[in-house]
Design a protein around this ligand. Structure first.
Ligand code: NAD
Length: 360
């Protein structure tokens, strides 16, 4: 059967890593019809929007997409297309396996955990009020009138909504993921000692859902600051982590650092209807167009996509080809070699080495 997949190359290093991933996926022999779509600032001149309707329609129709990273200007300017896509398609769970492959230079020996990040709310809901606006003045006055807390008049304000609905579905997803993948433990990460209502709600829901899996999946919880230290000290003691949006974003990069860096960290954004696969890393603009960066994070996102498409054998073959190239440590990009090692290869050459393993 031919699968229909929407491919968003993205910008910065996106087109290079997405192109490499597409070539590797095609080399598995799985038949895929790719529909290419632009997004981000580059799409504005042609479509009048960084997130064109035609792109959303394509993903809704195909139900599966592979995406390269897209730049979000810092501060003023367009809001994140990546966050907007997750909202528009209701991709509520962001799943990021964190696995250390043999041969990869890293400080640890045994890391194999999975981050499940809530994807729709928290400080990423995009509800912000700029300083000095009538809205922020009204909000400051309202807060003062309801509880007496004073916010400085020159403050900007972001809201942090955390709901039972969104928490429950992502936490349930984490437990179901654990059951399906034979994982033993789910750790809920929060700061409920300080944010008693928002993070408190997340923790309360986690405890309630966990009770339904008693005897099947172990449950524990950790404060997010303590979690950072424990991940650095003993990452091998964790299995599945479930977190609100912001903590999930930050800990994803921390965990990428445990397994050799962002060049190796894949991800999936999952909804009830649609799934979108993309690396954890961003568009690394300073390396754009240089055939330099590591394509593995996007190729492993392709492995997750093949599993999702029901192509388990092809997924295993592609993951093994990646693992073999990493283990040999010869045809790998600069990030997996000692600094200034002239023997590192480019993005395309690493993808070619993976394809050669697939075919060999
Ligand atoms: P980044 O992930 O793009 O890069 C940070 C650093 O990580 C790079 O300078 C590089 O040293 C390393 N790195 C990243 N990808 C690598 C790879 N494939 N191989 C080797 N090394 C790699 O983070 P940033 O610089 O903070 O963000 C750049 C842009 O990307 C921003 O506009 C940000 O908003 C955007 N972004 C997009 C996504 C997404 O599309 N989902 C995710 C994160 C950031």
């Amino acid at each position: 059967m031919k699968h229909q997949v929407t491919l968003i190359p993205g910008d910065g290093i996106g087109p290079e890593v997405a192109g490499a991933a597409r070539a590797c996926i095609d080399a598995t022999g799985v038949s895929i019809e790719w529909t290419l779509h632009d997004a981000g600032e580059g799409a504005i001149p042609k479509y009048g929007s960084p997130l064109p309707d035609s792109l959303l329609e394509s993903i809704r129709k195909n139900k599966v997409a592979l995406k390269g990273p897209i730049t979000t200007p810092i501060g003023k300017g367009i809001r994140s297309v990546n966050v907007a896509l997750r909202h528009a398609l209701d991709l509520y769970a962001c799943v990021r396996p964190v696995k250390l492959y043999p041969g990869v230079p890293a400080r640890y020996e045994n890391v194999d955990l999975v981050i499940v990040r809530e994807n729709s709310e928290d400080l990423y809901a995009g509800i912000e009020y700029d300083d000095g606006t009538p809205e922020v003045k009204e909000l400051i006055a309202w807060v003062k009138a309801h509880g007496g807390k004073t916010i400085r008049p020159d403050a900007a304000i972001s809201l942090k909504p955390i709901s039972t609905t969104a928490s429950e579905r992502v936490i349930r997803y984490a437990f179901e993921y654990a059951v399906k993948h034979g994982r033993k433990k789910v750790t809920a990460v929060h700061k409920a000692n300080i944010m008693k209502f928002t993070d408190g709600l997340f923790l309360e829901v986690a405890r309630r859902v966990a009770a339904q899996y008693e005897g099947k999946v172990e449950f524990e919880d950790r404060l997010v600051d303590n979690m950072c230290m424990q991940l650095v000290q003993k990452p091998e003691t964790f299995d599945v982590l479930v977190l609100p949006n912001l903590y999930g974003d930050i800990l994803s990069d921390l965990c990428a650092g445990l397994i050799g860096g962002l060049g190796l960290a894949p991800g999936a954004n999952i909804g009830d209807e649609v799934a979108l696969f993309e690396p954890v890393h961003g568009s690394a603009p300073k390396y754009a167009g240089q055939n330099k960066v590591n394509p593995v994070a996007t190729i492993l996102s392709g492995v997750l996509m093949l599993e999702h498409l029901g192509e388990a054998k092809a997924a295993q073959r592609l993951e093994k080809a990646v693992a073999d190239v990493l283990k040999e440590g010869k045809s790998v990009t600069y990030d997996l070699k000692p600094r200034n090692d002239p023997s590192s290869v480019g993005t395309k050459q690493m993808a070619d080495a993976i394809i050669a393993k697939l075919k060999g």
